[in-house]
Design a protein around this ligand. Sequence first.
Ligand code: NDP
Length: 445
Amino acid sequence: MKLENIMNSLEQKHPGEAEYLQAVREVLETIEEVVNENPQFETAGIIERIVEPDRILTFKVPWIDDQGKVQVNLGYRVQFNNALGPYKGGLRFHPSVNLSILKFLGFEQIFKNSLTTLPMGGGKGGSDFNPKGKSDNEIMRFCQAFMLELWKLIGPETDVPAGDIGVGGKEIGYLYGMYKKLARENTGVLTGKGIEWGGSLIRPEATGFGGTYFTDEMLQMKEDSFEGKTVAISGFGNVAWGVALKVSELGGKVVTISGPDGYIYDEAGVTGEKIDYLLELRATNQDIVEPYAQEFPGAVFVPGKRPWEVKCDIAMPCATQNELNGEDAQKLIDNGVQVVSEVSNMGCTPEAVILFHKNKIPFGPGKAVNAGGVAVSGLEMSQNAMKFSWSKEEVDEKLKVIMNLIHEACIQHGTEEDGYINYVKGANIAGFLKVANAMMDQGVI
Ligand code: NDP
């Protein structure tokens, strides 16, 4: 079966959807072998079916700002594939949001959720609304208006959204409040909820913690650890702070954080009270990068640049897609990087990934590295269904087990003849096979 033909036809059907086509190409390129070993997949049109979402809802979101002016944003929910369980995937609120980005994220989510071993399908949604600089009341009004449309499509057994860029605990609270009012039910319809009203312990840190556990497994394959390592990360959002916290716990030192305007280099390390300070700034929707440099004089703000020019042992992109390109990858390699672990979704461009593979640098792809977030969301769904909650230690232990299983699956399907582990291939094949087999079992629907 020629997957290139499917790719060509997809490019003709969806011209201009660059991120979506990039994500599909990356998966198809790595699964061709297993698809050809399973001719039943071709007869059943598994690939043609898996690359298109089940359905997409697009809606307008009118809301009133603090000046009394009506603002209009666009809202989306992409329900991609529910072979393994209810659609599951975050909501992103960012001005760059468009259908291509949400389709790429929803497509990735299918395989990521499959890797977690939990019963969850793939979906994604969001809006071009920018929470930055908005008052809490504006954010609340926007979330309520957004949910007024979305609630008809979601439910604890059909589609369970969560957070992503621009959607943290506060936004989930407002969204949940409106859902509850409209549906007249208190259920686990969203994950990332507050601890007192159905949330899971560890969920806020889960993506960062899970990503760090996975990276630790990658280091262990080299008989190494985080101890004494210098780590460059990007962003400082939901994901990055969990990474910063766990890396320092494991003996590493995070020396960079970043925002769209540049990065901070802090030789002393982003730890302890500095992380608390950053979290305070984030809670009030403020810029963090420049104020950090003012607050902590040892730190240097490098405007207009990305952190990948800094010498580090480990690089962990934590901000957004395509934030580390071929040129950045070359700089990291020249500076002796030992492991690159993508915590953001599709954080590295294809050129960067090719360079890491060519230079035999262990490279963990987002769908494996950041799966801890959705895994703990899955555990939140389980706790909601049981009407019971697990302790922090219990959730953390389950998260570690899941990250270990994902790492094992990558080794099983991604180890090459010379012993190099191609984590991209391993994650894609392991994630794909489970979904494809479930689709075979469930017939043509
Ligand atoms: P947040 O909005 O909390 O944080 C994003 C961070 O990245 C912010 O510090 C933001 O800076 C920065 N940023 C955004 N755009 C850019 C850019 N173009 N260049 C440089 N920095 C930028 O998002 P999350 O932490 O939730 O998500 C980060 C990544 O992790 C995304 O790829 C997301 O899809 C992925 N992910 C998130 C999960 C979660 O549980 N939240 C789960 C799995 C994956 P500023 O605030 O100043 O704009």
